[in-house]
Design a protein around this ligand. Structure first.
Ligand code: RBF
Ligand code: MG
Length: 313
């Protein structure tokens, strides 16, 4: 997959471009269905399979940085999209001036002239351009003039096993309510956070016997407070682990942390970027009467996590 990070770098249109456009936050099963259609159509007409996305997330630019937490940060999004069999990913730097382009100008100048669009794949509720004027009806009304096909993906085709429409909003709700076991049904994988290991209070190892790596999160969606069985990717190697998200109420320091104890592991990983996959929620965080009570509970959490993780690759 070729990554184009600026539309101005496209000097001649692609051959029979088949395109889908969106934020693709999460690259969830709904997005995967759109991308599948793109690939299929491109194959049929011997064209180029393309996705266009935006960086940063448009809401970060449009609403003074007020945006929902991201399911996938840019780097993970590009990585996941690159596994979808696309020929090209166009990542448009999203600015206020880009947002002010009218739907008609966008079709004429960007999609047709620059990219060479012959087909566009969209969800039935899709809209784009200034004031979100470019909806499905708009796309269809310009299709014969500019000679492209509009392929609509019906949302009922992309619901989860409970018949719920898969959306980034639903995924945020599921993760924020701690139901991490349901994420494979929505994402096609477990929910993952990525972040740098930062210094903690140096208490876990010395005092409790369970050293933890504290992870610094930026704009990423954080699961509900509590204790989880996780897998941890460090330097491309997968380990088992237990994570705690919250304020460690047994101690009265009131500092929110996302921390992970990696099982059977004793290397120093300060400053490393690690990835944590949330497999199963074990319990709520609790205030214990003392260090040994907390320590005994963590011991049980580790045993419980080992049981759950035994069946996970
Ligand atoms: N701290 C609490 O105050 N209550 C808890 O229920 C709790 N559960 C934890 C479970 C696990 C698996 C881990 C790794 C940590 C937990 N902690 C809990 C956080 C613990 O207090 C923290 O790791 C140390 O204080 C070091 O900062
Ligand atoms: Mg994430």
């Amino acid at each position: 997959m070729q990554l184009v990070d600026d539309i101005n770098k496209i000097h001649s249109p692609f051959t029979k471009a088949v395109i889908t456009i969106g934020n693709f936050d999460g690259v969830h099963k709904g997005h995967q269905a759109l991308l599948h259609k793109v690939r299929k159509k491109a194959k049929e007409i011997d064209g180029t399979a393309i996705a266009m996305t935006f960086e940063p997330h448009p809401l970060m630019v449009l609403k003074n940085g007020d945006h929902p937490p991201l399911i996938t940060l840019y780097e993970q999004k590009v990585e996941l999209l690159s596994r979808e069999g696309l020929d090209v990913l166009i990542a448009v730097p999203f600015t206020l001036s880009f947002a002010s382009i009218t739907a008609h100008e966008f079709i004429q100048n960007i999609l047709i002239k620059t990219i060479g669009m012959r087909a566009i794949v969209v969800g039935d509720d899709y809209s784009f351009g200034k004031n979100r004027e470019g909806n499905v009806a708009f796309l269809k009304s310009h299709s014969s003039r500019y000679n492209y096909e509009v392929i609509i993906v019906d949302w009922k085709q992309i619901s989860n096993s409970h018949g719920q429409r898969i959306s980034s909003t639903l995924i945020r709700e599921v993760v924020q309510s701690g139901q991490v076991e349901s994420t494979p049904d929505l994402l096609g994988r477990y929910y993952q956070i990525r972040g740098k290991v930062v210094g903690g209070r140096n208490r876990g190892g010395k005092l409790l016997g369970f050293p933890t790596a504290n992870i610094h999160l930026t704009d990423e969606l954080c699961p509900k407070m509590g204790v989880y069985a996780v897998t941890v990717e460090i330097n491309g190697e997968k380990h088992k682990g237990v994570a705690n998200i919250g304020y460690s109420p047994t101690f009265d320091d009131h500092v929110f942390t996302v921390e992970v104890h990696v099982l059977d592991f004793d290397k120093n990983i300060y400053d490393r970027n690690i990835r944590v996959n949330f497999i199963s929620r074990l319990r709520d965080e609790k205030k214990f009467s003392g260090i040994s009570e907390l320590s005994e509970q963590i011991e049980k959490d580790v045993a419980h996590a080992r049981e759950i993780l035994a069946s996970i690759q």
